[in-house]
Design a binder for this molecule. Structure first.
Ligand SMILES: NC(=O)c1ccc[n+]([C@@H]2O[C@H](COP(=O)([O-])OP(=O)(O)OC[C@H]3O[C@@H](n4cnc5c(N)ncnc54)[C@H](O)[C@@H]3O)[C@@H](O)[C@H]2O)c1
Length: 457
């Protein structure tokens, strides 16, 4: 079948760049779906973002964002106003929005972990069934969610089964590598775009979309694209666990893990990123993707032992804060601990698999009074049962007041600028446990703090 003709538009008024504009439907309007849909609209496409969560869609329709992501609100408003970005609570409406059938459908729904570590793909299956029932002409269906290898085949089979009209379609894999906290920038300036395709038509349409970004495009088969995502996240998680293991050795011998990471990172074969020792990785991606990769490898007959060890090291590392606090304060019952930061990393409100949750649980189990402050994630934390029982503070100073220890869990930029002279005077005991190696040990000790950081003397 020949390519339907798609109108050309200019990208961001750049006279040098001509691209084809597509009608796109993005199903799942979370961190990935909303950023993807908005950025694709910014690139000149006509986009409908769909979500089954009616509250999210109502918020978006009223001009508000359901998530915090720097720079996203501006782009959402700009593209909604320009008539390129729309929202719908229904897949059937989204695919045939205002009489403009979606040519390309991105699936960006959640793929949460099951109890056994495998990915729960029921959202993907249900979306695939609904797509099959609602397409009327050739459509390209693109996996954006992170999924185990062979999911593309399952999506194809599901659509074929439910697609009684035998409408032609293709499935492609286009894994997303954005990081929460810099998601808009990452989407628009990726290190690479991976396109796992099985037809020239799919490749051509996806290249239309991504060529304005001027980033390297790697075209592969679908299974390899699926594996690139799992392998990349697992490798990054392994780098973090590696440096945390090195930090443990440093603590035994009095060496400095920051210097070691610097020395390792200067080697171009290693590189400096993901070599910051701390209290372990968290978030919605690394823990679940590593588990899902282990699970699918095992299911296919390979015991990927390295991944197990990466996870074990990370689990142990989450106990680092508690160990330090107990080593200094002995019994914790009745003592007051201030926790700075709840989000799994700075510049996001995402609390999924955040180390803060486990750390706070451990403190609460020991009947500690836990006072917390996070610049952005507190409204979300108030709705999460694991954070019940803590006191939410209005700023870092309130959090430190009368505390027996202050622990840094998330390295928000504003925490780097705190007035520790003042904090020293308002704390009950000047004990600072830095889980992110944010502060200068000498400066803090000179101010009179007992200061502990990860893998540093
Ligand atoms: N968050 C990240 O940093 C990141 C980065 C790269 C890849 N990913 C992957 O992208 C996928 C989505 O992640 P996320 O962080 O955006 O998740 P999310 O939970 O923020 O968003 C998923 C959205 O899908 C919606 N949804 C679920 N089932 C649906 C259905 N049947 N129909 C319509 N909408 C439905 C949910 O209501 C939710 O709004 C996951 O596979 C994740 O692993 C995430």
């Amino acid at each position: 079948m020949g390519l339907p003709s798609i109108p050309y538009v200019r990208y961001n008024d750049d006279p040098q760049i001509l691209m084809k504009k597509h009608n796109i439907c993005v199903i799942g309007t979370g961190y990935v779906g909303l950023v993807t849909g908005t950025c694709l609209a910014e690139l000149g496409n006509w986009v409908v973002c769909v979500d089954s969560d009616s509250k999210k869609i109502a918020l978006l329709k009223s001009g508000k964002l359901p998530i915090y992501e720097p720079g996203l609100d501006k782009l959402v408003h700009k593209n909604t106003k320009a008539g390129r970005l729309h929202f719908s609570g229904s897949i059937s409406e989204g695919i045939q929005f205002k009489g403009r059938p979606a040519e390309i459908i991105f699936i960006a729904v959640g793929t949460p972990p099951r109890q056994d570590g495998s990915a729960d793909l029921s959202n993907i299956e249900s979306v695939a069934e609904q797509i099959a029932k609602n397409i009327k002409t050739y459509t390209l269906i693109v996996e954006k969610s992170t999924v185990p290898v062979e999911t593309g085949e399952w999506i194809s089979r599901t659509i074929e089964r439910a697609n009684t009209q035998k409408i032609p379609f293709d499935v492609a894999s286009n894994p997303e590598f954005l990081r929460e906290g810099s998601a808009v920038h990452d989407f628009l300036h990726p290190d690479r775009v991976v396109l796992g395709v099985s037809s020239k038509q799919a490749e051509a349409w996806l290249k239309d979309i991504y060529s304005p970004l001027k980033s390297p495009i790697l075209v592969t088969d679908i299974k390899s694209a699926e594996l690139i995502k799992h392998a990349s996240n697992s490798f990054l998680a392994a780098k973090i666990s590696f440096i945390n293991a090195v930090a443990n050795v440093c603590e035994k011998v009095g060496a400095d893990v920051v210097q070691i990471a610097r020395g390792m990172g200067m080697d171009k074969r290693i590189g400096p990123s993901f070599l910051s020792a701390g209290i372990g990785y968290g978030g919605f991606c690394f823990p679940k993707d590593l588990e899902a990769f282990y699970w699918i490898s095992h299911k296919k007959g390979y015991d990927f032992k390295l991944l197990k060890v990466v996870k074990d090291i990370n689990e142990e590392q989450k106990n680092w804060i508690l160990k330090q606090v107990e080593a200094e304060l002995w019994n914790l019952e009745g003592k007051r601990i201030g926790v700075l930061g709840l989000a799994f990393k700075p510049n996001t409100d995402d609390l999924r698999f955040a180390p803060s949750l486990e750390i706070i649980q451990q403190l609460l189990e020991r009947k500690t009074q836990v006072h917390v402050y996070d610049p952005v994630a507190m409204p979300k934390a108030k709705t999460v049962s694991g954070y019940q029982g803590v006191r939410f503070c209005k700023d870092a100073y309130e959090c430190a007041r009368e505390a027996d220890a202050l622990v840094l869990v998330t390295e928000w930029p504003e925490f780097a600028k705190l007035d520790f002279k003042k904090i020293r005077t308002i704390m009950h005991r000047p004990l600072l446990i830095d889980g992110r190696n944010l502060y200068d040990p000498k400066k803090l000790r000179d101010l009179g703090f007992t200061y502990k950081s990860v893998g540093r003397p």
